[in-house]
Design a protein around this ligand. Structure first.
Ligand SMILES: Cc1cc2nc3c(=O)[nH]c(=O)nc-3n(C[C@H](O)[C@H](O)[C@H](O)COP(=O)(O)OP(=O)(O)OC[C@H]3O[C@@H](n4cnc5c(N)ncnc54)[C@H](O)[C@@H]3O)c2cc1C
Length: 336
């Protein structure tokens, strides 16, 4: 008995799927440019919508119940077992924006300010996919807060990698250049369900971007519980935004800042221990008080600490995390 290979329908075309092929690979092989980045089911840049057919459960792993109900799925990890019709999320999900300012900090971080053509409905700490005019796509977390910075302002913190396709371009871009955005994505944001619960925010490098947004959002929303922001970099001079953070802590008694760097240099107020060591020392005392933990930045820290906190007794539902996975090289025409 021969089994016909499943087919994929997209924009009126029918594509025969090869064994084990993902929806993303099949579309790219047809010349369809699908924004993508991590190709491992994490960054959600390649989110699409199923119109008919059955989705493999792993293609919806990590999506919220609401998104699953809408048929959203991740094309990079979707290997259909039967016929499937899919659509992109639609034009409404893409928005044009202007680069208003790119400011370099004392270290390797660029503070990027964008103005969107119309207000973007997002939560601080979520991320967008930034698309360069030629289609190059990378996810970045949102540090701004709509109620404080304006509904059409987006602030990103981008680490400049020498030779980095997007970050290198941003380091030299002219102000006024138009880009596009997709999103927002992700569920690493503050929800005002218990204003007295302790919050622990832990991030390395530009992992501070979403945490800065989450902290300002929580404080602006009247969060009363203690908020500990534990942020780190390899070297003390790479700890950016320190003045803004000190100002925020001076205005809010319930915000505690702990800066950590393995190479502390002359910075006497910087803890010389690793972030996970400090986090594991402090978090367990608050587990029974409804602690919520937000982890962002280097994948090794985020994934390692999530596991360690769980082993120490935290519930997975109380941990919100975004690991900044580097982009994998693509195989098709959207290989940007
Ligand atoms: C959900 C999510 C949110 C993210 N949010 C942010 C954010 O707020 N700020 C931010 O700066 N980045 C963030 N990233 C990472 C970002 O999307 C890019 O991967 C990063 O900016 C590098 O892109 P690039 O095009 O400049 O470099 P690429 O051209 O993709 O890479 C070029 C070279 O740069 C180096 N490089 C790139 N990424 C890394 C890395 N992670 N670690 C070590 N070396 C690397 C490598 O040598 C690589 O070969 C996020 C990623 C994810 C998945």
């Amino acid at each position: 008995m021969s089994h016909a290979s499943p087919t994929l329908r997209f924009a009126g075309e029918t594509i025969a799927l090869e064994r084990g092929q993902t929806v993303l690979e099949a579309l790219e092989a047809r010349g369809v440019a699908v924004p993508s980045s991590c190709r491992a089911g994490a960054c959600q840049s390649c989110t699409m919508r199923a119109v008919s057919g059955e989705l493999p459960s792993e293609s919806q792993a990590g999506l919220s119940p609401a998104k699953r109900a809408l048929g959203h799925f991740l094309a990079c990890v979707c290997r259909p077992a039967g016929d499937l019709e899919v659509a992109s999320l639609g034009d409404a999900a893409e928005l044009s924006a202007t680069i208003v300012e790119v400011r370099r900090t004392s270290g390797a971080v660029l503070l990027v300010r964008l103005r969107t053509a119309s207000p973007l409905d997002y939560r601080p700490g979520q991320f967008i996919t930034l698309l360069r005019p030629d289609g190059l796509a990378r996810p970045y977390s949102i540090a701004s807060v709509p109620a404080l910075d304006g509904p059409s302002e987006l602030h990103l913190h981008v680490r400049h990698y020498p030779g980095g396709a997007m970050s290198g371009w941003l380091a030299g871009v002219r102000e006024g250049v138009e880009v596009s955005l997709r999103g927002p994505f992700g569920e690493c944001f503050y929800v005002a369900e218990d204003r007295d619960a302790p919050l622990l925010l832990v991030g390395s490098g530009t992992g501070l971007a979403p945490l800065y947004g989450i902290a300002r959002d929580a404080l602006a929303g009247g969060h009363r519980g203690p908020i500990t922001l534990l942020y780190g970099a390899r070297r003390a001079e790479d700890l950016y935004l320190r003045e803004e953070l000190a100002l925020l802590a001076a205005e809010h008694d319930n915000l505690e800042l702990i800066a950590s760097a393995l190479e502390v240099g002359e910075a006497v107020d910087v803890d010389g221990r690793a972030l996970d060591v400090i986090a594991l020392e402090r978090a367990p005392a608050d587990f029974s008080r409804g602690l919520r933990v937000f982890l962002c930045g280097a994948p090794a820290l985020v994934n390692g600490l999530r596991r360690q906190l769980f082993m120490a007794g935290a519930s997975m539902r109380s941990i919100f995390a975004d690991a900044f996975l580097p982009s994998a090289p693509a195989t098709g025409p959207s290989s940007v």
